[in-house]
Design a protein around this ligand. Structure first.
Ligand code: TRP
Length: 332
């Protein structure tokens, strides 16, 4: 049994890529592992300092996790800020992280380019907070995408350094959880590759998008004037549409358009209409469940309370050992 942990920032809602690439697998992992799933609201303050839409997004995302099948009786589903022990561990880890290594972190350099007017210390120590999220439960497996691998590597560095510095063995080394062949990577609609909220609104099909919005986005997806010679390899942006289609449509449908591509008779308008129908049929039950759960504030509060209680219990045990190792002793 592994201790599995995954976090997501509430800066945007969940999209089809999150669902097929991660959430579906999380649901399967719940039986064999102790799972912690949380919304990283404190992390989101590094880029979105005004918490205007934060609570709404958090509610919606919790509803999305539940609608996807995360079972709050099996997994701890919580909000980061409800577990203050994480922040305490973050502070200890800050004492143990070097300016040089934090400055060299790719995500920090990226943000330095993207938000030069708000290059705050929270961004610099983002990896320490993420390490605290993981180490607080002594998680052993962390499902992460490529963009988070360096953060996980830094978490291992901080864990080992802490153990060495304080001559203890509190933290195990967390490793990336690989879904292997089950991993479905859903590309975006703009031809740029991955479906992601940072790529802009029309690139993403959100779980909560209404049919008319889905339709608009799909009909606008990047295509071209069509193949001019039979049996040619597809350009990436066309391949992307096929990849999404494979995830939501019947195999015969995919084969039909594949044949049309190969004999140059494909009409992208027809393919997109079909893709919309199938995406919509796929997402509609999910969207309705999300709405249903989202409308019950009391239930949502109960779920995150229960999640925070579980997370705090695990965090409390770690922090007793951490304080002891560091040598912080209260006089009280
Ligand atoms: N940094 C992650 C992201 O941007 C979110 C995150 C915060 C996270 N804490 C985490 C992911 C802990 C995994 C484990 O996607």
């Amino acid at each position: 049994m592994d201790i599995v942990l995954s976090g997501i920032r509430p800066t945007g809602l969940l999209h089809l890529g999150n669902y097929l690439g991660a959430l579906i697998n999380f649901v399967k992992m719940q039986d064999e592992n102790k799972c912690y799933f949380f919304i990283a609201d404190i992390h989101s303050l590094t880029t979105h300092p005004l918490a205007e839409h934060l609570q709404e997004n958090i509610k919606e995302m919790i509803a999305e996790y539940l609608a996807a099948g995360i079972d709050p009786e099996k997994s701890a589903l919580y909000v980061q800020s409800d577990v203050p022990e994480i922040i305490e561990l973050y502070v200890y880890l800050n004492m143990n992280a070097y300016l040089g290594e934090l400055e060299r972190c790719t995500s920090f350099k990226d943000k330095a380019r993207k938000q030069p007017d708000n290059l705050n210390a929270g961004l610099l120590t983002y990896p320490c907070l993420m390490a605290a999220d993981i180490l607080i439960h002594r998680a052993t497996k962390v499902p992460v995408g490529k963009d988070q691998e360096q953060h996980l590597e830094m978490t291992r560095t901080f864990a080992n350094r802490f153990n060495r510095m304080y001559n203890c063995n509190i933290f195990p080394e967390p490793t990336a959880y690989n879904f292997g062949h089950e991993l479905v990577k859903i590309p975006g609609l703009d031809g740029s590759g991955k479906m992601g909220k940072s790529e802009g609104g029309d690139n993403c099909l959100y779980l909560s998008d209404e049919p008319n919005v889905l339709k608009k986005k799909i009909m606008r997806a990047l295509t071209d004037s069509g193949p001019t010679q039979p049996n040619q390899p597809k350009p990436d942006y066309i391949n992307n549409l096929f990849t999404i289609m494979k995830a939501v449509s019947a195999p015969e449908t995919v084969a039909y358009f594949d044949d049309k591509w190969n004999d140059c008779s494909i009409r992208y308008g027809d393919m997109k209409k079909q893709l919309f129908e199938d995406v919509n049929a796929f997402l509609t039950p999910l969207r309705e469940r999300i709405k249903d759960i989202r409308s019950n504030d009391e239930y949502l509060a109960k779920v995150v309370r229960q999640g925070a209680e579980q997370a705090r219990e695990s965090a409390r045990k770690t922090m007793i050992e951490v304080r002891k190792a560091v040598g912080i002793k209260s006089l009280i």
